[in-house]
Design a protein around this ligand. Structure first.
Ligand code: SF4
Length: 394
């Protein structure tokens, strides 16, 4: 258990603006040794290669939040996660040092919980990204991120970026008041949609992460369609969705909330999340994801985030091919194709991501044989990659 130490600055002890508890938020000054997480490759959902976070803990305190899991939360009590907020005071300086010797690529950053009004660590980290030309992926539950509209516009002008919002329900949705309550101190989804519209109007790519989809509360067709429709109507270009995971102390905490507030749902969750499970077992995830795809097509948006390409990027074609391979493998997952085929596409995407040379140049010089000589592409996927290159060229 980490012992909190109080800072002398009055901002480090703030009254909690909620009637639900008498607990006060404690801000703990924290000086990590490193800030930048580097991933071997860009992931196929957000396309980020790096991540850097300004705070540990989140005042929003969403009751389903996976950050209450032991592996993410430094506290034994799952409640502490939203009341003991570690402020990484030296994050901007660490980030500047780390990024100045790192190849430019998309970085996941930003956190606009209420603490950010006072500490402005996220803002200063974004300034570093702007100064060094790094594009960003910001994912938010708080419209406070609008404060940085000009700064994000500057970042986006240099390298295309994404500002997405976490939204799982809309004012038109069947359980909107109940879901808002589960998001605890996060501002209502309607405000996030309004913020999203402003980013879209500023020419910044925006969309929704519908995460997590809560069984029995957010997975009805009515809610799925409402979220997609509201996203399209507010300038969003994509909806990324995933189901709820539950583990260790976070699971106990969330089932406790359900038992107290939605006792009728407890049986469903106990069946979906038996002991030792993490993702829901025997849950119609593919049907839900296909419904989201159907609604996205209906409203003219996508269920995948477009991959931002940095101007002058030497391996832009490689990144485009990886994007197409990842889109294809997601479609295969939705269609229930064999794991063997899906893994073949995943490995091919990794091989192209790792390629030092421009794949277009390989194709120009060596044709189909050149593509087939790339490890994990081989004879079977060479033709598919060739088609993708033709599509990209046109
Ligand atoms: S906004 Fe909610 S889900 Fe996201 S980190 Fe904070 S508490 Fe967790």
């Amino acid at each position: 258990m980490i012992q909190p130490t109080l800072h002398k600055h009055p901002a480090f002890l703030a009254p909690r603006s909620t009637t639900m508890t008498s607990k006060r938020t404690i801000f703990i000054p924290y000086h990590p040794k490193t800030i930048l997480n580097k991933h071997k490759r860009a992931d196929h959902w957000f396309w980020t290669r790096y991540s850097a976070y300004p705070y540990i803990g989140c005042q929003h305190g969403c009751e389903f939040c996976y950050c209450r899991e032991q592996k993410y939360s430094p506290y034994d009590d799952p409640n502490d996660f939203s009341y003991l907020i570690k402020v990484k005071e030296n994050a901007p300086e660490l980030l500047r040092r780390a990024l100045s010797r790192t190849p430019v690529d998309l970085i996941f950053t930003g956190d606009y919980q209420a603490a950010e009004r006072k500490f402005e660590v996220s803002r200063r980290m974004l300034e570093v990204c702007r100064d060094l030309g790094f594009p960003v992926f910001v994912l938010e539950r708080a419209p406070l991120v609008l404060r940085e509209l000009d700064l994000l516009r500057e970042i986006n002008a240099r390298a295309p970026s994404i500002v997405a919002f976490s939204i799982i329900s809309t004012p038109d949705s069947p359980h909107y008041p109940e879901v808002c309550r589960m998001e605890h101190l996060a501002p209502p989804a309607a405000k996030r949609f309004a913020a999203m519209e402003k980013f879209a109007a500023a020419g910044i790519l925006t969309g929704i992460c519908m995460m997590p989809i809560l069984p029995g509360l957010c997975d009805s067709d009515a809610n799925l369609e409402a979220v997609v429709r509201w996203t399209a109507q507010h300038g969003g270009r994509f909806v990324l969705a995933s189901s709820l995971t539950l583990s260790d102390q976070q699971k106990d905490y969330f089932l406790g909330v359900l038992g107290a507030r939605f006792p009728g749902l407890l049986g469903l969750y106990q069946r979906l999340y038996p002991p030792q499970s993490y993702a829901p077992a025997d849950y119609p995830w593919r049907r839900i994801a296909l419904k989201i795809r159907e609604y996205c097509e209906k409203y003219g948006i996508r269920d995948r985030a477009p991959r931002p390409i940095i101007p002058g990027e030497k391996r832009a074609r490689n990144k485009r091919v990886v994007e197409k391979l990842a889109d294809q493998l997601y479609a295969m997952e939705l269609n229930g194709e064999s794991n063997h085929r899906i893994w073949a596409y995943r490995k091919a995407a990794w091989a192209v991501e790792d390629l030092e040379q421009d794949i277009g140049l390989i194709y120009r010089n060596m044709g189909l044989k050149g593509l087939q000589s790339i490890p994990n592409i081989g004879a079977s996927l060479g033709k598919a990659v060739e088609r993708m290159l033709t599509e990209i060229a046109s």
